[in-house]
Design a protein around this ligand. Structure first.
Ligand code: ATP
Ligand code: MG
Length: 403
């Protein structure tokens, strides 16, 4: 074996996504030959693990085809940037970035989106957490297939549950199944704070946060407790959903949260038998709203039975069918979100100083009234349980008074 043969074999290995090979790019160094054994280093510029793997596989097969014995290919990739440049109050400082998933309207697919985006980000090599901040209707445990698992408690701290390679926590994992909670304003704030402070999240690149619908105390408390790096709005294409989504986008603006984009969910239906696409809720309706808020639609997700089944059975489509068209769209959306997060950090990050409360604890910072609202029960701290039917997504006047 000679260096010429090795170089000529490696010059058949294209850098993934390019038409140039790794030798021409100048990425190959330190070629050492001992008999028929070969070792070398490839220094690349991408931190994506799949790029490194592809190079290793291709190099191995090209060298074997010219008679190499043992081949040792070391790929040196830059570390995935884990830093955040955000400032202000952060009660979960081990988490570098926070992604708030919101919608104005209930039932449009926030939880489904949160689960699939979290899994897509993890598949792209990020260390991901998923926080179900929908304390009214926690659906994440079922969607992540962990409905029967109770978290481990360590003193007064709780360990997140691990599923599909990500860390998960939900009010649903802390309550008995079917139990209902009546939430009052101050309790909502306390619950959100505890989710951030008392859950033993690891050093995470990003915490994806599935919010309750609307623009209320949960959203405001989150923005005041941690610097939210970016917000993602989920909408469906019908007019009434868009009206509510505008409120969600406007809330991001008021809370100084950069917008990572809009996911248009239930965007058309592709009949599984014929492949014919039906436009059920209207199409092209979301773009003007994206333009209005200077953002973009980062995915159009069709209505698909397997998404609903995956949600009900705890088998998210991005994990169980990664080659499906829908999973690919979630993957692309996750890439776009991460690019936005990196861009935000490169430009100095976010700062939540301006949204800190100036009013007494328990009163929304932008409430128009200075007196505590009767709905806010101060100092109770606990959640009252009730056998009465749970008021689904009751927000009432609890919310931030500026909407
Ligand atoms: N693209 C889709 N195709 C088929 N079913 C979907 C799709 N998106 C969501 N669903 C289903 O619609 C229902 C509502 O979705 P999901 O729970 O994600 O909405 P949500 O906005 O989080 O609701 P809520 O406001 O109650 O928290 C779920 O049963 C989910 O599986
Ligand atoms: Mg939900």
């Amino acid at each position: 074996m000679t260096e010429e043969i090795v170089k000529s074999a490696l010059s058949k290995v294209l850098y993934p996504g390019f038409t140039k090979d790794i030798v021409t790019f100048g990425f190959v160094n330190n070629i050492v030959i001992s008999g028929s054994d070969v070792s070398f280093i490839v220094e690349i510029t991408s931190s994506a693990p799949e790029v490194a793997q592809q190079i290793k596989d291709d190099a191995m097969s090209e060298l074997k085809s010219v008679g190499a014995g043992n081949v040792t290919c070391t790929v040196k990739a830059p570390l995935i940037p884990r830093e955040s440049s955000s400032r202000g109050k952060n009660i979960a400082p081990q988490v570098k970035n926070f992604l708030m998933v919101s919608s104005g309207k209930g039932g449009v697919g926030k939880s489904t989106t949160s689960v699939n985006i979290a899994i897509a980000l993890a598949a792209q090599g990020k260390k991901v957490g998923l926080l179900d901040a929908d304390i009214y209707g926690p659906n994440i445990p079922r969607m992540m297939g962990i409905a029967d698992i109770k978290p481990e408690v360590n003193g007064n701290k709780v360990l997140p549950i691990k599923a599909y390679g990500i860390e998960v926590m939900s009010m649903g994992s802390l309550m008995e199944p079917g139990q209902s909670l009546i939430w009052r304003g101050a309790m909502i704030m306390k619950a959100i704070e505890q989710f951030l402070r008392d859950i033993l999240w690891s050093e995470l690149d990003v915490l994806v946060i599935d919010m309750p619908p609307g623009t209320g105390d949960a959203q405001l408390t989150l923005a005041q407790s941690v610097p939210v790096t970016a917000g993602l709005t989920v909408t469906t294409p019908q007019g009434v959903s868009l009206d509510d989504s505008r409120r969600s986008l406007d809330m991001f603006r008021k809370l100084n949260i950069p917008i990572a984009g809009i996911i248009e969910n239930m965007s058309g239906f592709i009949a599984p038998d014929t492949g014919v696409e039906y436009d059920i809720f209207g199409k092209g309706t979301t773009q003007p709203m994206a333009d209005e808020f200077e953002t973009k639609i980062i995915a159009e997700i069709p209505i698909e039975p397997s998404i609903r089944v995956g949600g009900d059975d705890g088998k998210p489509i991005t994990f169980v069918s990664p080659s499906s068209e829908t999973a690919k769209r979630y993957m692309k959306a996750a890439e776009s979100i991460w690019a936005t997060i990196e861009d935000i950090n490169a430009k100095g990050g976010v700062d939540n100083q301006a949204v800190q409360p100036t009013t007494p604890p328990g009163v929304s910072a932008c409430s128009t009234s200075s007196a505590p609202k009767s709905k806010h029960e101060h100092g109770s701290g606990a959640c009252s349980t009730s056998a009465a039917p749970k008021p689904k997504h009751e927000h009432g006047s609890d919310g931030c008074g500026c909407h």
